[in-house]
Design a protein. Structure first.
Length: 242
């Protein structure tokens, strides 16, 4: 199933490209425009679940755009802007904003806020993930590799879902433990390793390793390294993986 649709409205090309890359990497279908008037037409054809809007747009400003989109479409609005006074925030919420993030923003925090908005609005997040030959269908709770289905326990499923949402990024052990069990202690840290080992064995029965230990940092889910001259390079500079 396709991911949720997100419209990015940002006149700064660097920020716009960053948002598109970040949201696309999270599994969303993304369309981007650089002004408010263009956003009105794009929204009518693209029918986004969420609009990520800069408040200080040329032409039709972000607050006016939000009011128009809210009046005509059933969608959520996240303001991403450099205006960060209390009155700026109040104006954004009065214009219909569902959340408000100030620049410069932390990419992971923004991704979490987008996911939370979509969950609250009922649009849901991305449901189909691909990492190499691994396919994780969150909607159907189905995992396949090379076309074969892999049966997982509930804990293994939750661990894989947590890693696949952050694919390519190192996830600290404490973050995984907190997400799965809600508390970090020596016992749960050991339990995490047990379940991860079982998950690795099931995934590796159908192909090369996908879940790697980054010593001193955590775990990362990534596709197999490409063959050839580049295969010997360390993918995460400064870390050793296994």
């Amino acid at each position: 199933m396709p991911g949720a649709r997100v419209l990015v409205v940002e006149d700064d090309r660097g920020v716009r490209d960053l948002l598109v890359a970040l949201l696309s990497d999270e599994g969303y279908r993304v369309e981007a425009v650089d002004d408010g008037l263009a956003a009105v037409g794009a929204a009518e054809s693209f029918r986004p679940h969420l609009a990520v809007v800069d408040a200080g747009l040329p032409g039709l400003d972000g607050h006016s755009l939000a009011r128009r989109l809210k009046a005509s479409l059933d969608l959520a609005v996240l303001f991403v802007t450099g205006a960060d006074t209390p009155e700026d925030r109040r104006s954004g919420f009065r214009a219909g904003g569902d959340d408000y993030v100030t620049k410069p923003f932390d990419p992971e925090e923004l991704a979490l806020r987008v996911r939370a908005i979509l969950r609250r609005s009922g649009a849901g997040g991305p449901e189909l993930w691909r990492v190499g030959d691994l396919v994780v269908d969150e909607g159907a709770r189905r995992v396949t590799r090379q076309g074969g289905e892999i049966a997982l326990t509930e804990t293994e499923w939750r661990l894989l879902a947590a890693l696949v949402r952050r694919r390519g990024r190192v996830v600290p052990k404490a973050e995984l433990v907190t997400e799965i069990w809600g508390a970090v202690d020596h016992a749960t840290a050991h339990v995490l390793e047990v379940h991860l080992s079982a998950l690795r064995r099931k995934l590796e029965a159908s192909g090369p390793r996908l879940i790697h230990t980054v010593r001193g940092a955590g775990y990362v889910l990534r596709g197999p390294r490409p063959e050839g001259p580049l295969s010997g390079r360390t993918p995460l500079s400064g870390y050793e993986t296994s």
